[in-house]
Design a protein around this ligand. Structure first.
Ligand code: FAD
Length: 475
């Protein structure tokens, strides 16, 4: 195969030009580049994206396509099983080298290994890289050489064992392009909802793409990093970075964020906000570590005894939770924020999750699936790992008997009720005290439009603990 045989550059969860090792390697090789994105929902075990993430992907591919055009490259879009699409393109265009950045879920890994070995057998250069994470999930090991199950020692070991390399720069100027290969049309993929068009709130809240990611990161690091450690748990103040969907689709890399934080703090990363922020990136790494080492994170509890857990079935309660009509204001605010914007504050994610799996005793899988469909940052690692954490059946989970009380959480983290007032307008007229438990107000002042609580907290808690005692006794 000649050195000048074209390079196929396969974009996946790395929809950016900067700090993209597959792209940089393609540029170094010097041959014409064919950039490709495949919407693969057909390879075995690949989980189709949820509705909100589909919207994000559409917008993100538009942005990536425009950025590649500035380099003189046309992004090719194909839909179907990746292995056959790649085999066909390789034959059709006499491709000499194929580069991509790695994914870590079991189904993608299996698919990619098969593709890699077929391409190698046919004499092509094939290389994959890490761009999604600060370090590879297999790099951090326990003293016995195994996988970690607890975050704190994982993060300590990661900081000791791994050096984080400097991010790569985006290529500049015109790159050797490729005579037009046939592409499908993004609008034909139907990633945007039409009837009804429910994404108005997502459009108002977000601008997907690499440039917007950079701007968000700069705003956060300039204005809010200093107060992040003290106030990130306050949904009313909303000071966290909102970078999760950008990280999810790879419009910014954790390595870029690490380097930018290091730069902002003049290398004093171990202090205050910077330390806490990077630790959160560490949680993201930990979730990928679990995903890598666990075959079916989204369906099987990490703690085996939970396979026997006596979950309730109640479509009515599940729907009330999904719609933000549980009668618990902080929970309803969170669920409505999620529906309107495709995102929810981290503290509130924990509170709504706890009400679902504990006081309502509904399966964590039902919550995980709803989040998968409605979050713009729905992540194959962080979503199931966090749901398992909330349900008490995951790695490093809080003990099952620690049940969040949504009223106390609300009083502590939204003390004046302004987050609630924003998302639950029926309660706008309540004062700062009564807004957390509107059912305590006399019937005259109670709003007719807002439901009474669907579960009584103490009773729900006792029922959950009783259910747990049963599986504990059985194990
Ligand atoms: P920041 O506080 O600014 O944190 C910076 C980045 O660190 C985030 O963008 C995210 O990539 C990462 N991060 C922060 N907290 C966590 C965490 N606890 N676990 C893993 N990564 C973290 N996060 C997702 O990205 N996708 C999901 O699908 C997802 N599902 C969740 C489900 C539940 C039930 C819970 C409790 C948490 C979930 N999280 C998920 C984690 C967390 O809530 C979000 O990452 C965070 O709220 C995103 O907001 P931010 O970008 O402003 O975060």
């Amino acid at each position: 195969m000649s050195d000048q045989a074209p390079t196929l550059l396969w974009f996946r969860q790395d929809l950016r030009l900067a700090d993209n090792p597959a792209l940089s390697t393609a540029v170094e090789r010097g041959a014409p580049i064919l950039p490709l994105f495949i919407l693969d929902e057909e390879s075995p075990g690949i989980r189709p994206l949820g509705g909100a993430a589909r919207w994000w992907l559409h917008k993100s591919l538009e942005a990536l396509g425009a950025d590649l055009q500035k380099l003189g490259l046309d992004l090719i879009l194909k839909r179907g099983p990746a292995a056959s699409i790649i085999a066909q393109l390789v034959e059709e265009h006499g491709i000499g080298a194929i580069y991509w950045n790695r994914l870590y879920d079991p189904a993608s890994r299996k698919r990619d290994e098969a593709i890699k070995s077929a391409l190698k057998d046919s004499g092509r250069i094939v290389e994959s890289f890490n761009s999604l994470l600060l370090f590879e999930p297999w790099q951090v090991k326990t003293k016995q050489g195994g996988a970690f199950q607890v975050f704190t020692p994982f993060w300590r070991a990661a900081r000791e064992q791994v050096r984080i390399t400097r991010p790569l720069l985006a290529p500049e100027g015109r790159l050797p392009g490729f005579p037009k290969a046939q592409s499908e049309t993004l609008s034909d993929w139907g990633l945007l909802p039409t009837k009804p068009d429910w994404v108005g709130g997502l459009r108002d809240a977000w601008t997907p793409g690499e440039e917007a990611a950079r701007e968000r990161a700069n705003d956060f690091l300039d204005d809010r990093l200093d107060i992040y450690a003290q106030q990130r748990d306050r949904p009313d103040l909303d000071i966290s970075s909102h970078l999760s969907p950008y990280l999810r689709f790879g419009e910014i890399s954790p390595r870029q964020l690490w380097a930018a934080t290091d730069h902002r703090t003049h290398g004093e990363i171990t202090s205050g906000g910077a330390e806490t922020f990077l630790r959160e990136l560490g949680w993201r790494e930990f979730c990928h570590h679990l995903l890598f080492h666990q075959d079916d994170l989204a369906s099987t509890p990490l703690r085996e005894e939970f396979t026997q857990f006596p979950w309730r079935e109640s479509p009515k309660d599940l729907e009330a939770w999904q719609k933000g009509l549980t009668g618990y204001p902080i929970v309803d605010a969170g669920m409505r924020q999620l529906w309107a914007t495709g995102w929810m504050h981290n503290r509130v994610r924990m509170v709504v999750g706890s009400l679902l799996v504990k006081q309502l005793l509904l399966p964590w899988k039902a919550g995980e699936e709803w989040f998968w469909d409605t979050l713009v940052d729905a992540c194959p690692a962080s979503n199931p790992a966090s749901w398992q954490w909330v349900a008490g059946c995951g790695a490093d989970a809080a003990p099952y008997f620690r049940v969040f009380n949504p009223v106390l959480q609300s009083q502590k983290f939204d003390p004046k009720g302004s987050y609630i007032r924003r998302w639950v307008p029926e309660l706008a007229g309540f004062d700062d005290d009564t807004i957390h438990e509107p059912w305590k107000v006399s019937a005259v002042r109670r709003t007719k439009n807002y439901p009474a609580p669907i579960v009584e907290l103490a009773g729900g808690r006792a029922r959950a603990l009783d259910a747990y005692a049963r599986i504990k006794g059985a194990s």
